[in-house]
Structures are given as structure tokens and as C-alpha cells.
Design a protein around this ligand. Structure first.
Ligand SMILES: *[C@@H]1O[C@H](CO)[C@@H](O)[C@H](O)[C@H]1NC(C)=O
Ligand SMILES: *[C@@H]1O[C@H](CO)[C@@H](O)[C@H](O)[C@H]1NC(C)=O
Ligand SMILES: *[C@@H]1O[C@H](CO)[C@@H](O)[C@H](O)[C@H]1NC(C)=O
Ligand SMILES: *[C@@H]1O[C@H](CO)[C@@H](O)[C@H](O)[C@H]1NC(C)=O
Ligand SMILES: *[C@@H]1O[C@H](CO)[C@@H](O)[C@H](O)[C@H]1NC(C)=O
Ligand SMILES: *[C@@H]1O[C@H](CO)[C@@H](O)[C@H](O)[C@H]1NC(C)=O
Length: 639
């Protein structure tokens, strides 16, 4: 089965040894490519800019290890039923092996990044290779050191991407990686860096491409760059922004947020609070930059009196938290967009995956549901969190900070940006451990599906290119949305926690296959996401909202708002205001509060934008009087 070194002749081995020796002693001097002064971007193996028909190989061990599985950071599955290769693998019967990319145009190639096969059990990776180039895919020129073919050292484990920069950039259209030695079976994943040579025929086409707006900063921001950018936006738009910290990371970095609103310093009665978060996984850097771009955009457009942005800013209190795991980002940022791989910086400094580090409230709710206790004995919302949360060392300091943030503001809607997939995932995220075959449907499923579709269908490519799957493991079809529990179930997610412990509905937006896109992709990413982010924020105005007061006009905090037919209540904020996201329809809404008589009303949500106002005035219930009447009645019937 495996192509192992034993099959290779002794003389070949001898030649390889010599080549390795020379490679070891070669000086490392690199020339910059002619076409650009900055380093060249990836051609797009990982981002899928390179299409499947641009890839070919000498052979394939079996269909699930086809050349298109060779994309950097491709995730595989060893599942016998539905095997998806974690890389390209060559047929062991063959003698000569190569992997070929057609750049489709003349390109100045500058570097190759390789990685082994993604696999649970095997350790397959290419240890050394030659590189050859061609303009027609027939005549090939191998990189030569003047004496013999130039050997490049490859990987020494299956996961860590390794970059080889070319001493001199090579001009060509086709590139071949020609493996010479490997561990285990001959399998690999890769990315190629290069600058496309400007094509005169293309110039016209290029002019039609988006010209990035000049006031936006399209670059990856280090922690300190991010802090200065947030401060500068605050200085630019002082009366609509406020920068604050939700707490500190394990290494002591502030987890910053900026609030953008007509009155940023306090909750205005009736105004919903919204949040966008990113960077739960530090290496998923696209979302961080999208949030920083949105922040700049909202400030500038507000000042320029863009009416839609004015409506957004004045009608919503928008919280933007670009980096929930700043320590992780520092780690990923250091190795950079091409080499951060699948997991560098994914976890916190203390090793937690924050997104799935929240208390598991699902099992408490579902157990109670199974016993028929919901909602009469156990509420269907605001499930209590474990009392020893603060001292629990299994919960990251970052998670604790995020939890108290989620509790401190009356958030109505939020989304967290992630990466590595191009899809919107809605809760529940978790499955019951004892009944994994029966995913529980969230009470607000139709609304969640709507929210997910509002983002995915507005995003320029999410529903088109990949049918929602970077790795071949989602069944999202053309809608670009998926229920997380049916896709990749996890316990203790931020989304499930938000729904079960607070009023806020939360979804995950996976921005693309490449978790850490090259800087040159950011303008394009912004174009893809800008409208979707605005549309998504506008969804906070869908449904009903209002104020609950007593008969003297005092607001009632913590009153329960129940919608008939939807087994999930929301509560009023300290200021008596509430928001209940709902799809268009007619609803019987009941408001209850301790010491008051409940009131039920019919509230109608139309198709036009803007939430329907449905306010309530509750009368004090006089329980003593009722008891007296009952007692009297009982006495009467006795006699
Ligand atoms: C991988 O290893 C695990 C545990 O060692 C085993 O259960 C599983 O069957 C192995 N998978 C394959 C494809 O060999
Ligand atoms: C491809 O063609 C260009 C000229 O258009 C030439 O400079 C370059 O060396 C050629 N590359 C190879 C690998 O033959
Ligand atoms: C190379 O592969 C073998 C099995 O194929 C494995 O036992 C070994 O750990 C691998 N070496 C490395 C450095 O991963
Ligand atoms: C903020 O300041 C600008 C002028 O700099 C003004 O036009 C705008 O109305 C102010 N907004 C608020 C909410 O005070
Ligand atoms: C700490 O939190 C974890 C994860 O939520 C949970 O499994 C564990 O039971 C908690 N430990 C204590 C002592 O409460
Ligand atoms: C809110 O009301 C519920 C009963 O509806 C009660 O159990 C809970 O303690 C109240 N919470 C606060 C913060 O007052």
C-alpha cells in the first residue's frame, strides 16, 4: 500500500543523499520578484481561488486522495463509509511522482509551502522534493544549482506548514513539485506563492474590479495596531463611539470592544443592543479584520451622513469585539498568514477552545424537558449557570470575561466570525450524549434559519462557489447555512449558552476556507461581507419590542415575555424594555411578572422593516384579596 523508500533503488538513494548534502550547505539568499516589491501572495490552493481543473498529478492512490485534496489545511476523515482524504496521495506502484498546478497565466513563482496529510493515525509527509517549471506543461526546467537538481527539504511532521522560498523567482505558467523522499505514504498538501504577471488583455477587466475605498486599512493588525486603530476611530468619531475592555486574557491583554451608537455610553430605552465578535480562535483572522473594517466604515459613513448608516448607528447600540482570544492571535500573527496552519493560535494561552468552553446548559434543559418540567417547573430560558463558575479552572479566563459581558448588556442578537469553512451555522450546536441520533430542534429554528440565510445569501460568494463546503463534509447545499449539531456537534458552545442563559440569539459565521487569508485578499473579503454585515445588523429590528410598565408608569425589570407556540421566553431589561425577534406572523404574547397579573395581547409582525411595538401595562395582582375570596367561597359552599 504505502510508497516507501524500500522500493527505490540504491543508486537513487545515493543521489538523494548527495543532493541533501549540497542542499544543507547552500547559502540562503533570496531575490525579490521583479513584478512587485512586496512578497507575492498565495495562488489560492487554500482559498480555492485555484480551481480543481488547475490541478493534476502523476497518479492517485484512490479517488478520495485526488489532487484537489492537496489544498493547504484540507481536513480529511478516515471514516470508512465516507472517506475524505486529508491530502493528495500518489499510487505506490508508480516510479515517478509529481504534483502539478496550472497558474493559467504567466506567473513569477516565489515560494512553495508544503504540509503532510491530515490524518488521525498516519504520519504521511514529503521530506524532500525538486521543483520544475514549464510554460506549456511539456518541456520542464528543474531548478538547478549549477551542478545538479536543487533539492528542497520538506516537512518533518504532518501538520506544520513549511515554506521554501526560491533563491530566484521563476517565470512560468506551470509548476511541478516532484517528491523525492517521504515518511509513510507519499501524501501532501500545499500552497504556492507567486505574482501573476500583468496581462495587457486583462487590464480592461481589472478596471472593472472593485477599487478599495481609500480610508479603509486593508491589512492584518497586530495587537498594538488594533489598539491604535480603535483609538483613532474613537478620536475620529468621539460622539458615537466608546472603547472598553471586557476583561483580560491569560497573558494580560485587554479584550477590547468598541461600541458604536448615537449615545454610546449608556443603554437607551427601547434601543436594542447588538454584537459582532471574532477571534475566539486566534488563527481565524479574517473576522477580526472584517470587524475592524466595519468599525472604520460605520464611523466614516456616519460622518458623511450616509442615511442607512445613520439609521443603523442611531437605532442600535452596536458592540464590536474583534479579538476575543488576543493571545492566540499574537501567536498566529507571528508565524503569519501562510504558516499559521490549522491550529497555531486556535487555542488560548492556557489551551482552551473558547467557543466551546461555556457551561453546558443544554443537558439541564433537555433532561427537564424529558421529564415534562418545561416550562412549568423549569424555565425555558435563562438557565442558571453553575455557582462555582468563577473558581472553575476548566473555564478559561477569557470565557469568564465573555460570560459576564454577555450578562451585563441586554443583547438581542449577535454573531461570531470564525473560519475554515464558508457557511453560517445556527444552533443548537450540541447533541444529547445519550441520544446523538436525535438532534433537538431549537424553539426558534425558523427564525434562526432566516437569520442565517440573511447573511449567507447576501454574502457575495457563500451560496455559490462551494455549496458551503471547503472540506467536503457539509450538506448545506446551496443555501450556505447549516445546523451546527447536524454538521459538527460540540458541547458548551457560545451560541447555545447565549440562547439558554441570556436573551440574545447568536450564530456562527464561517467566513471562508482560508482561516488567515493573505493581506492582499482583505479588500475582496470586505466586498464579499460588507452588505451581509449591514443586513444582518438590521435583522435586530425584526419582530416585536416594547416596554413593560406598572400602572404608575414605572418600568418592570425581569418580566417574562412568552409567545404562544414558541417554547422560549425572553425577559425585560432593567429599564423594562424588551425585544422578541420573530418572523412575520400573528402572535399571542403574554407578559408575566412577580406580583402582577399576566396580560396577553395579540401582536402582529408584518413584512415591512422595523419591529412592531407591543407594550404592556401590568396591574398589581392582589393575591391576598384573591385568597380571601377563595376562602370565603369555600366557607360558603360548606354550609
Ligand atoms: C485510528 O486509531 C483509532 C484509535 O487508536 C482507531 O480506533 C481507529 O480505528 C483508527 N482509524 C483508522 C482508519 O485506522
Ligand atoms: C517561460 O517564458 C518566459 C518568456 O515569456 C521565459 O522568460 C521563461 O524563462 C519561461 N519559463 C520556463 C520555465 O521555460
Ligand atoms: C513516520 O511514519 C511512521 C509510520 O508510518 C511513524 O511511526 C513515524 O512516527 C513517522 N515519523 C514521524 C517523524 O512522524
Ligand atoms: C456627532 O457629531 C456630529 C458632528 O461632528 C454631528 O453631526 C452629529 O449629529 C453628532 N451625533 C450625535 C449622536 O450627537
Ligand atoms: C467546571 O466546568 C466544566 C466545563 O463546563 C464542567 O464539566 C465541570 O463539571 C466544572 N467543574 C466544577 C467543579 O464545577
Ligand atoms: C427574574 O424572575 C425570575 C422569575 O420569573 C426569578 O426566578 C429570577 O430570580 C429573577 N431574576 C432577577 C435577576 O431578578
Amino acid at each position: 500500500r504505502p510508497v516507501s523508500l524500500q522500493h527505490i533503488s540504491h543508486s537513487h538513494l545515493q543521489k538523494l543523499k548527495e543532493a541533501e548534502e549540497r542542499a544543507r550547505n547552500r547559502p540562503r539568499v533570496f531575490k525579490e520578484p521583479k513584478s512587485k516589491s512586496t512578497s507575492c501572495p498565495p495562488l489560492g490552493m487554500e482559498s480555492r481561488k485555484i480551481e480543481p481543473d488547475q490541478l493534476s498529478a502523476s497518479s492517485v492512490s484512490q479517488y478520495s486522495f485526488a489532487p484537489q485534496r492537496a489544498r493547504l489545511n484540507m481536513q480529511g476523515s478516515d471514516d470508512e463509509e465516507n472517506m475524505r482524504g486529508g491530502g493528495w496521495c500518489a499510487n505506490s506502484e508508480d516510479k515517478n511522482h509529481w504534483f502539478e498546478i496550472d497558474a493559467r497565466r504567466e506567473t513569477e513563482f516565489t515560494a512553495v509551502v508544503t504540509q503532510g496529510r491530515n490524518s488521525l493515525n498516519e504520519s504521511d509527509f514529503v521530506k524532500s522534493y525538486f521543483l520544475a517549471f514549464s510554460n506549456d506543461s511539456r518541456e520542464w526546467t528543474t531548478i538547478h544549482d549549477g551542478y545538479t537538481d536543487w533539492l528542497f527539504f520538506g516537512n518533518s511532521d504532518k501538520d506544520t506548514p513549511l515554506m521554501n522560498q526560491l533563491a530566484v523567482p521563476v517565470l512560468a505558467r506551470f509548476i511541478r513539485i516532484i517528491p523525492q523522499s517521504w515518511n509513510g505514504s507519499l501524501c501532501m498538501r500545499l500552497e504556492v506563492l507567486g505574482c501573476p504577471v500583468p496581462d495587457p488583455v486583462d487590464v480592461q477587466y481589472r478596471q472593472n474590479e472593485v477599487t478599495p475605498v481609500d480610508y479603509l486599512e486593508f491589512k492584518h493588525h497586530s495587537y498594538s495596531d488594533m489598539v491604535s486603530l480603535m483609538k483613532s476611530v474613537n478620536a475620529e468619531c468621539p460622539n458615537i463611539t466608546k472603547v472598553y475592555s471586557l476583561g483580560r486574557s491569560s497573558k494580560g491583554l485587554d479584550i477590547l470592544a468598541i461600541v458604536i451608537s448615537g449615545n454610546p455610553t449608556e443603554h437607551e430605552i427601547g434601543e436594542p443592543e447588538f454584537r459582532f465578535t471574532a477571534g475566539l480562535h486566534g488563527n481565524e483572522a479574517a473576522g477580526r479584520e472584517m470587524i475592524l473594517l466595519l468599525m472604520q466604515y460605520l464611523c466614516k459613513e456616519y460622518k458623511d451622513r450616509n442615511p442607512r448608516v445613520q439609521r443603523l448607528v442611531e437605532g442600535i447600540r452596536i458592540h464590536l469585539a474583534p479579538s476575543l482570544n488576543p493571545d492566540g492571535h499574537v501567536e498566529a500573527f507571528e508565524v503569519g498568514s501562510e504558516l499559521s496552519g490549522w491550529t497555531t493560535g486556535h487555542f488560548t494561552e492556557d489551551g482552551f477552545d473558547i467557543f466551546q468552553n461555556f457551561p453546558d446548559l443544554n443537558s439541564i434543559l433537555w433532561d427537564a424537558e424529558d421529564k415534562g418540567m418545561v416550562p412549568k417547573l423549569t424555565p425555558n430560558h435563562h438557565m442558571p449557570i453553575p455557582e462555582n463558575l468563577e473558581t472553575n479552572i476548566s473555564i478559561a479566563v477569557e470565557t469568564k470575561a465573555i460570560i459576564s459581558w454577555m450578562r451585563n448588556y441586554p443583547f438581542v442578537l449577535g454573531a461570531n466570525f470564525q473560519g475554515g469553512e464558508a457557511i453560517v451555522a445556527y444552533p443548537f450546536d450540541s447533541l444529547r450524549l445519550n441520544k446523538p441520533d436525535e438532534p433537538r430542534v431549537i424553539a426558534d429554528e425558523s427564525l434562526f434559519r432566516w437569520l442565517a440565510v440573511s447573511y449567507a445569501s447576501t454574502h457575495l460568494t457563500m451560496t455559490r462557489d462551494l455549496h458551503g463546503s471547503c472540506h467536503g463534509d457539509t450538506t448545506a447545499g446551496q443555501h450556505g447555512i447549516v445546523n451546527r449539531a447536524k454538521w459538527k456537534p460540540i458541547t458548551g458552545s457560545m451560541n447555545d449558552f447565549s440562547y439558554l442563559h441570556t436573551n440574545s440569539f447568536e450564530l456562527s459565521i464561517f467566513l471562508g476556507c482560508d482561516k488567515f487569508p493573505h493581506q492582499s485578499e482583505l479588500a475582496n473579503e470586505w466586498e464579499k461581507n460588507r452588505e451581509a454585515m449591514l443586513i444582518f445588523m438590521e435583522q435586530v429590528h425584526r419582530g416585536i419590542r416594547g416596554i413593560v410598565k406598572d400602572q404608575q408608569g414605572n418600568p418592570i425589570a425581569n418580566a417574562t415575555v412568552s409567545v404562544e407556540g414558541i417554547n422560549h421566553d425572553v425577559t425585560t431589561a432593567l429599564t423594562g424594555d424588551y425585544w422578541r425577534l420573530l418572523n412575520p406572523g400573528e402572535y399571542r404574547v403574554t407578559v408575566r411578572a412577580e406580583g402582577f397579573s399576566p396580560v396577553t395581547k395579540l401582536c402582529v409582525v408584518g413584512y415591512q422593516s422595523g419591529a412592531t411595538t407591543c407594550s404592556f401595562n401590568l396591574a398589581k395582582s392582589n393575591w391576598d384579596r384573591i385568597k380571601q375570596v377563595r376562602h370565603f367561597h369555600a366557607e360558603m359552599t360548606k354550609t
